[in-house]
Design a protein around this ligand. Structure first.
Ligand code: TXA
Ligand code: MG
Length: 336
């Protein structure tokens, strides 16, 4: 049985106590963050961490990130950050930002990081998860709360659809604010490198450090040895076939199908249409939820309007290109 705890109206001490006990017992708790919901276990409990992989159906070589609620936890888990890493930590944490750091030996079990000598550390800004971690005093290993290869969970209904009965507690914090997962960044040869774009953009990092690289795999399929194993897997995908389409081509492309479902900013009469919003912040907030809604219609195809891959648009396009398994109908003569 899964217990739902509603945190929207404030936190009760006995509820925090129950969550703490659940983590200490090696069980799973789903909780909100400002990005997406996470499915978490005590990061120091190897067996509990194994059960995350089982609940999600996650590949055994795709490492988990570890959530903290203060910087002394960070000191316990990782080697001392270098100067650039420390600047990023000071400027961007807490926030929707994950930094890959060198693990301290013998603290975080190997299955969290799938044998890597680094670990992704995230200090969420969301007050609910902050207070849970602070109360339990445990680092929490948590990937996004979704069955592997599906869109990440951003609201309680979608979470319940997938995980009711599979975890001990679901903490309901309403819809998540941002809607896309954190920016994953690793400092490589002295330069911050974005492995997964998010709400914290390349430009934000440049403001802190002066320079920032973006992994070449952000907008294309990764193969072979990559910095971040998550790049290799199918992601964010509904069951229905999805195609990414540039806005100008949507009308024309939609005519090729009898009954396409369209997600975008521009309604085309005749077809089932989901409005994803009129700016990048709204699109990020809505997109995963809409993908799941659209999928429930069991249509022939979902056509999704592309955005410019700049700023937050890069994070949106990084998810959508994977949703569409790299099927992207673009305007011609473009250097995108
Ligand atoms: O916003 C978020 O980051 C959410 C919330 C719950 O915090 N979490 C999340 O976790 O999105 P997950 O597991 O779905 O994505 C983490 C990504 C994966 O692509 C994984 O491969 C990568 O981070 N990653 C984790 N540890 C890594 C490491 N040591 N080196 C490189 N990449 C790593
Ligand atoms: Mg994920």
């Amino acid at each position: 049985m899964t217990k739902i705890i509603n945190f929207k109206d404030g936190i009760q001490k006995w509820e925090l106590e129950e969550i703490k006990k659940t983590f200490m017992d090696g069980k799973l708790v789903i909780f909100p963050t400002e990005t997406v919901y996470g499915i978490g276990a005590n990061a120091l409990d190897k067996t509990a961490v194994d059960s995350i992989f089982v609940a999600k159906g996650r590949a055994q070589d795709n490492p988990l990130i570890v959530h903290i609620s203060n910087f002394s936890m960070l000191k316990d888990l990782v080697e001392e950050p270098n100067e650039i890493e420390q600047k990023l930590i000071d400027a961007l944490m807490p926030g929707p930002f994950t930094i890959i750091l060198k693990k301290k030996k013998g603290v975080i079990p190997d299955n969290v990081t799938c044998g890597l000598d680094t670990v992704g550390i995230r200090f969420p800004e969301n007050k609910i998860i902050q207070s849970i971690i602070e109360y339990t005093g445990l680092p929490i290993a948590a990937p996004s709360a979704n069955i592997s290869s599906k869109p990440s969970g951003t609201n309680i209904e979608d979470i319940k659809d997938e995980f009711d009965g599979k975890v001990d507690i679901i903490v309901d914090g309403g819809e998540t604010l941002i809607g896309l997962e954190s920016t994953v960044c690793k400092v490589i040869d002295g330069v911050p490198t974005i492995l997964r774009p998010g709400f914290i953009t390349k430009e934000d990092i440049e403001m802190v450090i002066g320079s920032c690289n973006v992994s070449e795999f952000v907008m294309k399929e990764a193969k072979g040895r990559v910095e971040s194993p998550g790049m290799l897997y199918k992601h964010y995908s509904p069951n229905t076939k999805c195609i990414l389409v540039d806005k100008e081509l949507m009308e024309e492309v939609s005519k090729k199908y009898t009954n396409p479902i369209i997600i975008g900013s521009n309604e085309i009469n005749r077809y089932k249409y989901f409005d994803y919003g009129d700016n990048l912040v709204n699109i990020a907030h809505n997109i995963f939820k809409l993908l799941r809604e659209a999928d429930k219609l069991n249509g022939e195809v979902i056509l999704i309007e592309a955005v410019e891959p700049n700023g937050l648009g890069l994070a949106i396009m990084n998810r959508l290109i994977r949703t569409c398994e790299y099927n992207y109908i673009k305007r011609e003569n473009e250097n995108k």
